[in-house]
Design a binder for this molecule. Sequence first.
Ligand SMILES: Cc1cc2nc3c(=O)[nH]c(=O)nc-3n(C[C@H](O)[C@H](O)[C@H](O)COP(=O)(O)O)c2cc1C
Length: 180
Amino acid sequence: MENGTTKTIFSRKSVRNYVEATVPPETLEFLVRAGMAAPSAMDRRPWEFIIINDKTVVKKLNDALPHAKMAEKAGHAIVVAGNIEKQAGGKDSTFWIMDCSAAVENILLAAESLGLGAVWTAVYPNADRLKPVIETLGLPSNIVPLAFIPVGKPDGNDKPKEKFDKEKIHWNHWSNKKAK
Ligand SMILES: Cc1cc2nc3c(=O)[nH]c(=O)nc-3n(C[C@H](O)[C@H](O)[C@H](O)COP(=O)(O)O)c2cc1C
């Protein structure tokens, strides 16, 4: 059952250790293209992508975000943000979170498939993370950053985890652990 896609899914990991290297703008844009291929509620595509390849901006966010200290070495990042006015259900809905999360995962998988490293670091919903990202990137009030994704060349130290857990599978009914 293994193919190129499943191989990428099972080999993806959060990469927090990088070697310095330049990822070309067209590659970063290709990752965003993968993000935009994600499903979204009512196909509203309420996402925006801020590609960061200016070292000064990367450093500013690296310093402001305590859980994204790998960004400076990675050298590049992509912020996935939701346009809350465009989402299914209107501006007080929460579909944008799911839509943008699907886009984030697509970016992580595309990065893995290209031999790049990436890691989902949370911006939303922490106020202390939202503020510096919104301010640094100049985001308008209808654009909420969900994730800050450092992207770069992995040094090879991060490995995928084995997460399969048969206990979490239920067949046809919560109480049934066996296939029909
Ligand atoms: C919503 C979300 C928020 C996360 N936030 C952070 C973060 O702020 N910093 C970080 O280093 N990793 C973050 N991670 C990555 C997780 O720690 C990581 O996915 C988890 O440990 C499993 O490891 P793996 O991605 O290598 O499979 C986040 C992941 C998700 C899905």
